[in-house]
Structure formats: C-alpha cells, structure tokens
Design a protein around this ligand. Structure first.
Ligand SMILES: Cc1cc2nc3c(=O)[nH]c(=O)nc-3n(C[C@H](O)[C@H](O)[C@H](O)COP(=O)(O)OP(=O)(O)OC[C@H]3O[C@@H](n4cnc5c(N)ncnc54)[C@H](O)[C@@H]3O)c2cc1C
Length: 369
C-alpha cells in the first residue's frame, strides 16, 4: 500500500478507537485493574491484530511501521495499548519458529482477537534476567511432554487463551504454547504499580503434546530473541506516546491556567521543563524512525532499537516530570491522567539489559550480560 494511504488507514483506526475509548475509559480500567475488554474487541474488529500477519493467515500485512504508528497514536491519545501490542506481535513467534499445523491453524483467530495469545512466560523467581539458569523443565513423556516449574510477573496471563512458556529441555531452552486451562497450570494475580495484570504462574506436571512445542528443542531463546527488536520499538512507541499525551495536556494547562495575573506557561520555571522534554521526545521519535528504517533495510537493529527504547523512556519520564510542574497539585489527581502515566512509565525504567546491548553492539565493548 502507498505510504500516505497506509498512514491514513492507521490514523483512522486510532481515531476510531480513541473516540470510543477516551482517556476516561483508561482511567477507569486502570482504577479497577481491569482488562480493557471492549477496546480489545473493537481493535480486533478493526484489524489491529493482523497488521503484521501475512494475508494467507488472515492478516493485512501492513507491516511494522503501521503497527508502530498505531501504538504510538493510541498512547498519545491516553490509551494503554500494551495488551493490543501483545496480541499483535505474538503470532510472529509461531510463524518465525515454523510451528506445527495445529498452532498455525490458530493464526486467523489470533488476527481477529477471537483467540487470545497475550503472554510469554519467561521470567522466573530465581533466574530473573539470567535465562541460562531456568528451573522450569520440560521432560519427554510417552504422549508428549511434562512441564514443571514456576514463572513470575507474567502480563495478561489470566486473559490469554494460550501462554507461551519458556522451559529447559534436555537440548536447552524450549518453547511451548500452553492452553491457559491446562490441568496443573495455576495463575495467581500479583498486583503491581501499573495495570499489566501480572501473575505468578505455576506448572505442576502439565501435559503438553509435541504439536504444541514451538520450534526446535533448544532454540527457544533464539526464537524469542528474533522478536525483541520489534517489541523494543513498540515499547518505545508506547513510552513516546505517553510523553506526547502528558505534554499536550501540560502545554494546554500552562496556556489556560492563570495565576499572578498571567498564564502559568509564561513563567520560565514552567515552560523550560516542557521545552527540555520536547527535545527528548523529538530525539526519541527520530530514533524510533531510524530503528524502523534499519529494520526495513534488513540491517542489524539491536543497538538502535535499544537506544530508541532508552531515549523514549527518558522522554516519558522527563515529560511527566514537566507535566507535574505545570499541573501542580492537580497532577496527583487521577482526573488529570498524569499520575496514571507516571505509573505506566515505570515499566520502561529497566535499563541495564539495553545499556549492555548498546555498549556491546554500538560501542564494541565486551559483552557484560
Ligand atoms: C510490569 C511488568 C510486566 C512484566 N511482564 C513479563 C511477562 O509478561 N513475561 C515475562 O517473562 N516477564 C515479564 N516481566 C519480567 C521482566 O522482564 C523482568 O523484570 C526482567 O526480566 C528482570 O528480571 P528480575 O526483575 O527478576 O530482575 P533480576 O534479574 O533479579 O535483576 C535485578 C536488577 O539487577 C539488574 N541486573 C541483573 N543482572 C545484571 C547484570 N549482569 N548486569 C547489569 N545489571 C544486572 C537488572 O537489570 C535489574 O535492574 C515483567 C516485569 C514487569 C515489571
């Protein structure tokens, strides 16, 4: 599709969703710690989950740039599109791995959202970032595999029909698609600062047929890693969208709220922090654009996508801080939507893995983790 038409199609989709699901919808969803059910369904009807999927699997194949534009626009309009982002990218794991016919047959329903695949369960209570010490095991059995272990911080798992679980098999890290309703699988909600609906996940002798294995045994981490560039770019779009959202509100407030006989935005103490944040947002958006272009050329994008994600997180943090100054006391009220975005932005605050990638792949320093 022609680039201008593509942008128009995505902008129309974002406008439709934001009109039906304005910031107030997201405030209430967040306060109730609820899944954004109605918005999730509507996004499926509009084709959001098929953007990366080839047409033969029920998608529209509009591509990464289109999905990035959608996620950024939704966040810039006050949404928390993280579950939409998850559903739109997970089917890529099945395709990249060359999954079994049974799993590939799920793709058209994933494209509409009728079947939900929102969760990857990789992190473990003991292993944390260190996947070389995974304790969740997958052992061969007469009729397939038995999985035992536990996972932590798994986003949206209670709302996902399938969960992709990273295990340790004899050959090394191995992925399985596990139905949420499997016998022996238990989820325990874990309330966190933001509405990612995280859970603990326990697997006790969970029986999985071989056709639910994703890719070769031992290749689980490689399969996941192939999607990291896209996920980082989309996380950067969420963060930079959040930055735009709070900036727009803060600038409007600074223009219209008057104390001491003039708009508060006429004061340097209010406008300079907003100007500094605007510079960071600008830099982050350029980095996202460059990451997309690098990916589209087929060049290695690990370092640039990490930089984009780091810059976007900084932009979101700085914009939220500037919005606090502009709004004063009102910034702490949920009605202003600033404190919600402040909490949401904490999920982009884990930097070390990304800094390690920039040090290694961009600066050529020794691998640190
Ligand atoms: C809201 C939320 C949602 C999440 N959703 C999911 C999900 O859906 N699926 C999933 O699998 N995981 C999920 N995670 C887990 C997330 O990916 C982990 O937090 C992350 O992998 C790190 O694990 P950890 O928190 O146990 O930190 P640890 O590994 O214990 O590390 C603690 C700190 O030390 C730093 N650190 C550790 N080792 C090194 C080193 N060698 N060099 C430099 N710094 C180091 C880390 O960067 C971190 O800051 C989620 C987390 C959050 C907060």
């Amino acid at each position: 599709m022609d680039a201008a038409l593509l942008q128009q199609a995505i902008d129309t989709m974002a406008r439709d969703l934001l009109r039906a699901f304005p910031p107030e919808y997201w405030r209430m969803t967040d306060e109730a710690r609820a899944f954004p059910e109605a918005c999730f369904q509507r996004a499926g009807e509009l084709g959001a989950y098929g953007i990366l999927l080839p047409e033969e699997h029920g998608g529209t194949h509009l591509g990464p740039r289109a999905l990035a534009r959608l996620i950024r626009a939704l966040h810039a309009g006050g949404a928390d599109a993280s579950p939409l982002h998850a559903q739109a990218v997970m089917s890529g794991i099945l395709i990249r791995a060359g999954a079994s016919p049974r799993l590939m047959a799920l793709l058209p329903a994933l494209a509409t959202g009728a079947t939900r695949l929102l969760s990857v369960a990789a992190t473990e209570p003991e292993a944390g970032l260190d996947f070389s010490t995974l304790a969740t095991t997958a052992k061969r059995h007469d009729d397939g595999w038995r999985i035992n272990g536990s996972k932590i911080y798994i986003s949206f798992a209670e709302h996902s029909d399938w969960i992709i679980v990273l295990t340790r098999a004899e050959e090394g890290p191995t992925l399985f698609a596990v139905p949420r309703e499997s016998e022996g699988l238990e989820l325990r909600p874990m309330r966190m600062i933001t509405n990612r609906l995280t859970t603990l996940l326990f697997l006790d002798e969970v029986a999985v047929p071989d056709e639910l294995r994703i890719g070769e045994p031992g290749k689980g981490l490689e399969i996941l890693a192939k999607g990291f560039v896209m996920r980082r770019i989309l996380a950067a779009c969420e963060a930079v969208g959040n930055a735009r959202f709070v900036m727009d509100r803060a600038v409007e407030h600074a223009r219209t709220r008057a104390t001491f006989g003039r708009p508060i935005g006429a004061n340097q103490g209010v406008q300079y922090p907003l100007a500094k944040a605007a510079c960071k947002v600008y830099a982050a958006e350029l980095a996202i654009e460059d990451s997309l272009a690098t990916m589209e050329r087929g060049d290695p994008a690990q370092a640039v996508s990490s930089m984009a994600r780091l810059l976007a997180a900084e932009a979101a943090e700085e914009a939220t801080r500037a919005a606090f100054t502009a709004f004063g006391g009102m910034a702490l009220a949920s009605e202003a939507h600033i404190e919600r975005k402040l909490r949401e932005n904490t999920v982009y605050g884990f930097d070390n893995l990304l800094l390690g990638l920039v040090a290694e792949r961009y600066l050529g320093l020794p691998k640190s983790l």
